[in-house]
Design a protein around this ligand. Structure first.
Ligand SMILES: Nc1nc2c(ncn2[C@@H]2O[C@H](COP(=O)(O)OP(=O)(O)OP(=O)(O)O)[C@@H](O)[C@H]2O)c(=O)[nH]1
Ligand SMILES: [Mg+2]
Ligand SMILES: [Zn+2]
Length: 281
């Protein structure tokens, strides 16, 4: 379980319950923030003011969420399983209900993604193919959103705002034309906003990001956020096993016996490599 951290880039986040006073001119002050049931975060991007004594700060994206929709696309930007696996680690470590949305389905003429779809479904994730252009999957998404607090997060340009506009046209969110969309990423959504779209249904549109680095995860815990590793982890010889070089590692054995996908294990190793061991809690 992750702990509340000392060093945050922002004090409050979308989804927080706060005590506040509002002035007549619309400005106000927040006095306190209620304890969060859960939250998702990442390491703040490497910009001025995003670190403290060399330590990257935590950026909280949203709190008190029911459903985490990881939005990806087939092209523009191109599908990348490594990115999904990183978002899944963020979602799993926050103990959220994670869904994988593969958008721009209209561009998948050759059904390129069926193997990925199968892999993630086998692991136990619900994968929803959508197209904000042809309306595929819109009903499914709308049903899943119902009576929940939902966050849509993913890389820039995958179509988060477009999907919300299709389902809830009144939102009228800003999106970017394909012709002007720059893969290096000028973002069309610039702040995270929560919308009440129904009596008990909320959706949070977020600015897309270029990179996702989970915050505050220890090397020996990372394997727990790869759901399909869980049945094997308890059989590793060492309970601090990082499933990398240790002898008698049940996860490595499961990869060798093709019970764990080599792509997922590769994602695991790459993430393991990015984790600094001396995290301040
Ligand atoms: N072909 C196709 N294009 C889509 C689809 N969904 C969105 N797009 C296009 O993708 C581009 C980016 O869409 P946005 O909705 O702005 O993407 P976003 O994820 O909200 O981007 P940021 O706000 O920057 O994070 C726009 O040109 C959309 O028209 C889709 O299903 N199919
Ligand atoms: Mg957007
Ligand atoms: Zn192991």
């Amino acid at each position: 379980m992750k702990k509340d951290k000392l060093y945050l880039i922002d004090i409050a986040a979308v989804g927080d319950y706060v005590d506040y006073d509002l002035n007549e001119d619309g400005t106000g002050s927040i006095y306190s923030i209620e304890k969060r049931d859960n939250y998702i975060s990442r390491k703040a991007p490497k910009i001025k003011g995003s670190s403290y004594r060399g330590e990257r700060l935590e950026q909280i994206i949203a709190s008190n969420i029911d459903n985490f929709f990881i939005i990806t696309s087939i092209f523009s930007p191109e599908f990348n399983n490594k990115v999904i696996d990183r978002f899944l680690v963020v979602g799993e470590s926050a103990k959220l209900n994670c869904f994988i949305v593969i958008n721009k389905e209209d561009l998948d003429q050759e059904n390129l993604l069926s193997e990925w779809e199968e892999l993630y479904s086998t692991i136990g994730y619900k994968v929803i193919r959508t197209s904000a252009k042809t309306n595929i999957g819109m009903d499914k998404l709308k049903k899943l959103f119902k009576e929940k607090k939902n966050i849509l997060w993913g890389q820039s340009g995958v179509g988060k705002s477009s999907l919300l506009n299709k389902i809830y046209p009144d939102l009228n969110l800003k999106t970017k034309l394909v012709s002007t969309f720059n893969e290096k990423g000028t973002h069309s959504t610039v702040t995270s906003t929560m919308f009440k779209v129904d009596k008990n249904t909320f959706v949070i549109d977020t600015p897309g990001i270029r990179e996702i680095e989970p915050y505050g995860i220890r090397k020996e815990d990372l394997g727990h956020y790869f759901r399909e590793f869980l049945p094997y982890i308890k059989n590793c010889k060492f309970n601090t096993c990082t499933h990398f070089h240790e002898p008698e590692c049940a996860v490595i054995r499961a990869v060798e016996e093709e019970e764990i996908s080599p792509e997922r294990y590769d994602s695991y190793l790459k993430l393991l490599d990015t984790i600094e061991q001396d995290i301040i809690f």
